[in-house]
Ligand binder design. Structure first.
Ligand code: NAD
Ligand code: UDP
Ligand code: UDP
Length: 343
């Protein structure tokens, strides 16, 4: 059955997503699905800071109340424990749809649930957007390019994805979510935005989500060797979370549907990343080679010319400046863990 969240239903301002923004813009009511997660919680911080009303929907699969706890008691903030696979009724102007496990460890944990989240979750949020005339933004991923045969990747590239591999629940799930988004736009006139996010890091990343930045940083802090998978020559481009949040908001409030690549074009091999972590955290840190995982993309680097031109956006924080910004948060949580308080 459909859940009516009565406490948030006051004035349904239909079509309010179309209101121009900028100085003197009206206060928005915004939903962030997955808002208790890493990226979502930073987005929530910035929306609240600019004066919006924010409703977070999260089932806490990988998200944590601690990430948004500092807003408890603020009348502009609301947190709903809800799984996006189930329908929900709300009245809002904008929907940022982030709910989905993002790291390979988490999305492979229950692949069928990952697909349901991407397909049924996205369908429900698009159905909601259609009913209330809200603007909808999908956080898709660079993984839609698969193991890319084009380098760097432009938004016009259709990708090289294995439909039956262990990553497919995520890659193909997001590709379907993009399809649904465009079909609701074409078929039901829903205002939509699509972001293709490249590897992002920063404070509040899950400590043990298996992603390379969180692994290396946590390992260096714990004085364990950094685990380099394969020969370590595969590349990724790492974006600091505040740059991503700026890009998502520019996209949502702008006039263009996308898809837009949002990522930092600085490209590093895993061995180079390990060097940077060493410089920033512990000069005595060591590395250890491990077998690589299946279907690991060899290289990845965004071409962000479209976002530069149409959203007037580009990342500002290079890896060497961004990494130190997550160290304190990681140190504190690791310390708490060691003291048996959980993270
Ligand atoms: P995260 O795991 O920290 O956040 C995801 C949030 O969604 C969590 O709070 C989780 O509890 C919630 N969630 C998961 N399934 C849900 C469900 N069925 N119902 C309700 N809530 C659910 O991950 P993140 O890094 O913050 O990623 C946010 C979004 O950005 C995801 O859609 C992800 O695919 C996308 N993305 C992230 C990156 C990255 O590098 N961080 C890269 C590409 C795309
Ligand atoms: N939906 C929702 N909240 C709403 C409106 C719709 O969760 O406010 C869900 C609805 O339950 C359905 C999905 O979104 O599962 C798609 O809705 P739509 O109206 O587009 O399709 P239909 O209900 O006709 O299948
Ligand atoms: N990786 C690694 N050591 C780790 C974790 C990951 O060398 O401890 C590698 C992994 O094989 C991949 C790259 O780092 O080539 C990025 O992996 P991540 O899971 O962070 O992101 P994704 O593969 O989704 O880009």
């Amino acid at each position: 059955g459909v859940i009516t969240h009565t406490s948030t239903v006051t004035t349904p301002y239909r079509g309010a997503g179309r209101v121009p923004v900028g100085i003197g813009r009206k206060r928005m009511r915004v939903v962030v699905t997955g808002g208790a997660g890493f990226v979502g919680s930073h987005l929530v911080d910035k929306l609240i800071k600019r004066g919006d009303d924010v409703i977070v929907i999260d089932n806490f699969f990988t998200g944590r109340k601690e990430n948004v706890m500092h807003h408890f008691g603020d009348h502009r903030f609301e947190l709903i424990r809800h799984d996006v696979v189930e329908p929900i009724l709300l009245e809002v102007d904008q929907i940022y749809h982030l709910a989905c496990p993002a790291s390979p460890v988490h999305y492979k944990y229950n692949p069928v649930k990952t697909i349901k989240t991407n397909v049924m979750g996205t369908l429900n949020m698009l159905g909601l957007a259609k009913r209330i005339g809200a603007r909808f933004l999908l956080t898709s991923t660079s993984e839609v390019y698969g193991d890319p045969l084009e380098h760097p990747q432009k938004e016009t590239y259709w990708g090289n994805v294995n439909p039956i591999g262990v990553r497919s629940c995520y890659d193909e799930g997001k590709r379907t979510a993009e399809t649904l988004t465009m079909d609701y736009h074409r078929g039901a006139d829903v205002e939509v935005r699509i972001a293709r996010i490249f590897n992002t890091y920063g404070p509040r990343m899950c400590l043990d989500d298996g992603r390379v930045v969180s692994n290396f940083v946590a390992q260096a802090i714990r004085k364990q060797p950094m685990t380099v998978y394969g020969d370590g020559k595969q590349t990724r481009s790492f974006q600091y979370v505040s740059d991503l949040v700026d890009g998502l908001m520019a996209l949502m409030d702008g006039e263009h549907i996308g898809p837009f690549n949002l990522g930092n074009p600085g490209e590093f091999t895993m061995l180079e990343l390990a060097e940077v972590v060493k410089e920033v955290i512990d000069p005595s840190a060591t590395i250890e080679f491990r077998a690589n995982t299946a279907d690991d993309p060899h290289k990845r680097k965004p071409d962000i010319s479209r976002a530069k031109e149409l959203l007037n956006w580009e990342p500002k924080v290079p890896l060497r400046d961004g990494l130190p910004l997550m160290v304190n948060d990681f140190r504190n949580r690791i310390l708490n863990e060691d003291e048996g308080k959980g993270n």
